[in-house]
Design a protein around this ligand. Structure first.
Ligand SMILES: C[S@@+](CC[C@H](N)C(=O)[O-])C[C@H]1O[C@@H](n2cnc3c(N)ncnc32)[C@H](O)[C@@H]1O
Length: 321
């Protein structure tokens, strides 16, 4: 419940066309100010002023990350509920709304294309690149350990890259499927899985931002060093859950928050790590519980990054299933 002044403040903040358009865009996922400026075709100071008013009224949240700031709707239970209620009443055929959604999709496509171009370039040397940053062996052992020696029917590895996770978990599944949008990465993965004799693992070309449940429902989904390439990891996680069996598990490995801007400029990262609070919020919104979070500090003191393994579980009660 809200006090009268608070509620009037929220309604005033939302009661303006650019700000309502901003709420509608953020209802589709987090964006940087730069994206929002391009989508709306307005100056950055103007867009920033509107965003500040919405944030001050508690309708949206600002997440500072290095030189960038991301905005998203406030969580459920806070001002985000009112924002969602309003957006649900917007006619999807409204011309301004449709134009914004089209530009939003175009901007996301350009970002994905930039990331794809980067991955095409690094496909052959990707494993070397990984070892520069993180204690890979300890992380891989923990990923396998998270399944506690069980063997499950289907593991789906989202953003499989060179297929390394399919290799690490090979003893833990009857069937493994890796999905990736980079043909170059998949070429390396196919060669690698074949030479390791892993006939029960396959990789396929797919955009994991737009998943199709026809792929099958997984007991375990793995998302290893992928979420930081997405402006809105929460949206990605909600997509992933569409491929999860009731009661299934999600293993996420990603960086803890850091300030290495060059990973954005030189290595196509969008988010500078993911915090425990963010993961909790995204998991919650996707209907998943965070069962554990384990941190792995880097061996490299100078340019090292801490890696985190999150073990999430689907909340659906499977007792009666
Ligand atoms: C940093 S690599 C991680 C690869 C692998 N999970 C690992 O840790 O070795 C990120 C991978 O995500 C893939 N990727 C990025 N955006 C994607 C998308 N929209 N759909 C499918 N794959 C995507 C890239 O092609 C790349 O192979």
């Amino acid at each position: 419940m809200r006090g009268l002044n608070d509620l009037v403040g929220m309604l005033k903040a939302a009661g303006e066309s650019t700000r309502l358009r901003l709420l509608a865009l953020l209802a589709e996922g987090d964006h940087s100010v730069k994206d929002l400026t391009e989508i709306l075709g307005q100056s950055q100071p103007r867009v920033s002023r509107h965003l500040k008013l919405l944030a001050d009224a508690g309708l949206i949240r600002r997440y500072a990350e290095g030189a960038w700031a991301y905005y998203g709707l406030a969580p459920a239970g806070e001002g985000g509920d009112l924002a969602r209620w309003l957006i649900d009443r917007l006619d999807p055929s409204d011309a301004a709304y449709r134009g914004d959604r089209t530009r939003q999709a175009e901007i996301r496509a350009v970002q994905q294309a930039e990331a794809a171009a980067y991955f095409a370039k690094v496909a052959e040397s990707w494993d070397l690149l990984k070892t520069l940053h993180v204690p890979e062996a300890a992380v891989e052992a923990a990923v396998l350990g998270a399944l506690g020696g069980r063997q499950v029917d289907l593991v789906i590895d989202l953003g499989t890259g060179t297929g390394r996770m399919l290799e690490v978990l090979a003893s833990a599944y009857k069937r493994g499927i890796g999905l990736d949008s980079s043909r170059e990465m998949l070429a390396v993965a196919r060669a690698r899985l074949a030479s390791a004799g892993l006939a029960h693992a396959q990789v396929r070309l797919a955009d994991i931002a737009d998943l199709d449940a026809d792929i099958g429902l997984a007991d375990v989904i793995v998302i290893h060093q992928v979420l930081h390439y997405f402006d809105d990891p929460g949206r990605m996680l909600a997509q992933a859950r569409k491929l999860l069996k009731p009661g299934g598990e999600v293993l996420i490995v990603d960086f803890a928050p850091h300030d290495l801007e060059f990973l954005r400029s030189d290595h196509a990262h969008r988010r500078l790590g993911l915090s425990q609070g963010q993961m909790q919020g995204w998991a919650d919104a996707a209907g998943l519980d965070v069962r554990s979070a384990q941190e792995f500090p880097s061996h490299n003191q100078d340019r090292g990054l801490t890696v985190c393994l999150w073990h999430l579980g689907d909340r659906t009660n499977t007792d009666k299933a």
